[in-house]
Design a protein around this ligand. Sequence first.
Ligand SMILES: [Zn+2]
Length: 312
Amino acid sequence: MNWIKKIKHLGQRIKRNFKKNFPTREEIENSKFISLNCCNSSPILKSEIKENLYVCPRCNFNLTINPKFRYDMIFGENNWTTIDPPLPPDNPINFSDSKPYAQRLREARKKSGQKCGVLSCVTKLNDIELVASCLSWDYMAGSIATQESENIIYSVQEAINRRSPYILFAVSGGMKMQEGILSLQQMERMTIAINELKKQKLPFIVVYCAPATAGGTTASITNLSDLCMAERGVTIAFSGKRVIASTVKEELEPDMQKSKWVLEKGFLDMEVERGEIKSKLYNILSIFTKTNIKTDSNSENQNLILEEKKAS
Ligand SMILES: [Zn+2]
């Protein structure tokens, strides 16, 4: 019977080690440390990453952040008011794939703490009032369907009512296929809303955020911006690289669809560090809204240039 005891002990030892090596979800959440996949380095203090605006201090990789943290970072804590429009009903075509869509929505709400994939707000960036919407990667990869689009359209209308600029922080996998043609219709509805904003001569700025924006989101609303900037290293695409490679049957550039590549191709206006977004956004908005532009010093500079030209 000794061999039975030996196997039993071996089994217990494996079980003990297995439990030891894989901490529970609660243990991971309560731990002060976190392991990052970006550079596979040793665990790092969560507080250190937060202080560094969720940019890896070792390899400078931009980690994904939620809309609330982004608003606090750019506009200041408690300096923004949520826009909470009435939303269309859940699950309009009663879709189910490997999991019922209703269950996916419940999980996404729990994970993100939001009613839908967009969080919109009215806020001030220094002295410029503006309306902003931010997609959440935690809510089904920031994909857009009827509820997200309704939130965006309502916020654009709010910007028109207030005569203020509209900023979209884009991070999205595209349109939600779980709502079929209704999702695709939202590309058109959002386009019409942005055109209304443009008719009122109000600025529309897009900030592409980590990790990616793709599919119907780039094919509709984000490419309509008056000016677009991206956090360093984000992916901006329509279809995935593998799909393109299998269609054109060519080897693609390794950095294709990354922000630097998109900037070189002329589809992006600037690539910025996460910590610079606030100041860059303010500079751009002050030009668009003619706020705080020092006209006196500008005219002085112009006079100097004119004098220099005359002297030469
Ligand atoms: Zn890293």
